[in-house]
Design a protein around this ligand. Structure first.
Ligand SMILES: Cc1ncc(COP(=O)(O)O)c(C=O)c1O
Length: 295
């Protein structure tokens, strides 16, 4: 079966890292992979992370499964950090995912399930992985004007004119802060206008929040995300903890969905007819309790 597969196109970033390593010049600067480095070129482990790891090592009591959505304490902390009180939490669902990339993948799959073949609008240019993740999820991809190479700023009038023409079958992927690769960001006033446009057209905002706290500060960098979410009925956020927690290799991320209302209660979502898996599970559990020597 595997002979049907063709080789995936090479990733340019590892190729650039290889060229950097091979370059003998002492004045070289690594502009490949976007990780924080100190003046010695080391990507350090944050002292807060060290302390947290020690605490886990000393206090962890079990390695049993967490629920499918991951650690609830982590999820609540991510929501506090990214969304604060911009939306009623009853409208929010969050699931742990492998990094920002995994969160983008989960959410693109979800978009295609909710609105098969929807169009995702990406900034021109954008992080090179947005396009393949969207296309491999079955979505159509379009570009909205963004970077003005002459002014090195955002072509805001053109961007807004494009967003104003979109509708309910469109998804707009926005970089929450620290636009990658251009570094050109929206001002708070421009975010207000983008939020108003999305609220008017009904296009779905999808915010990639990979650098929260790396631009102007935690609060300042969250402005656009919180403003958009407070203005629209539905939104998605792909959160990455790789950069701001310095946890690149742990693949820390979360897929966040904001719905127009709280949705059905859990009881409504999981009615327990006789054959329902939850009922089977409960039956099995009570059987094991009554038969303690069962292997
Ligand atoms: C814009 C953007 N989104 C998402 C990511 C993915 O982050 P992660 O490393 O957590 O998968 C990156 C990483 O470089 C990024 O630049």
């Amino acid at each position: 079966m595997f002979e049907t597969l063709s080789k995936a196109p090479g990733d340019k970033i590892p190729a650039l890292m290889g060229e950097y390593a091979a370059d003998p010049r002492s004045t070289k600067i690594d502009l490949g992979v976007g990780v924080y480095k100190d003046e010695k070129g080391v990507t350090p482990v944050m002292s807060a992370v060290r302390k947290a790891e020690q605490r886990i090592l000393e206090n962890e009591k079990t390695k049993t499964y967490l629920g499918i959505a991951g650690n609830k304490g982590f999820s609540a902390a991510v929501l506090d950090l990214a969304l604060a009180d911009s939306v009623d939490r009853s409208r929010v669902r969050i699931a742990r995912a492998p990094g920002g990339t995994g969160s983008l993948w989960v959410l693109m799959q979800l978009i295609n399930r909710a609105g098969p073949g929807a169009t995702v609008w990406l900034s021109d240019p954008t992080w090179p992985n947005h396009n393949p993740i969207a296309e491999n999820s079955g979505l159509k991809v379009e570009k909205y004007p963004y970077f003005d190479a002459e002014t090195r700023g955002v072509k805001f009038a053109e961007m807004l004119a494009t967003l104003d023409r979109l509708g309910r079958d469109d998804v707009v992927l926005l970089h929450g802060c620290c636009h990658n690769p251009t570094g050109a960001n929206l001002t708070p006033d421009q975010w207000d206008k983008v939020a108003a446009s999305l609220a008017r057209t009904g296009a779905l905002p999808f915010i990639d929040l990979a650098y929260l706290g790396f631009g102007d500060g935690l609060l300042e960098d969250a402005y656009g995300t919180r403003k958009v979410i407070a203005s629209v009925p539905e939104a998605l956020v792909a959160f990455s903890g790789s950069k701001n927690f310095g946890l690149y290799r742990e693949r820390i991320g979360a897929a966040i969905l904001i719905a127009k209302d709280a949705g059905p209660s859990r009881r409504d979502q999981f009615p327990a007819p006789q054959h329902h898996p939850w009922r089977l599970f409960a039956t099995a559990r009570s059987w094991c309790r009554d038969h303690p020597r069962h292997p």
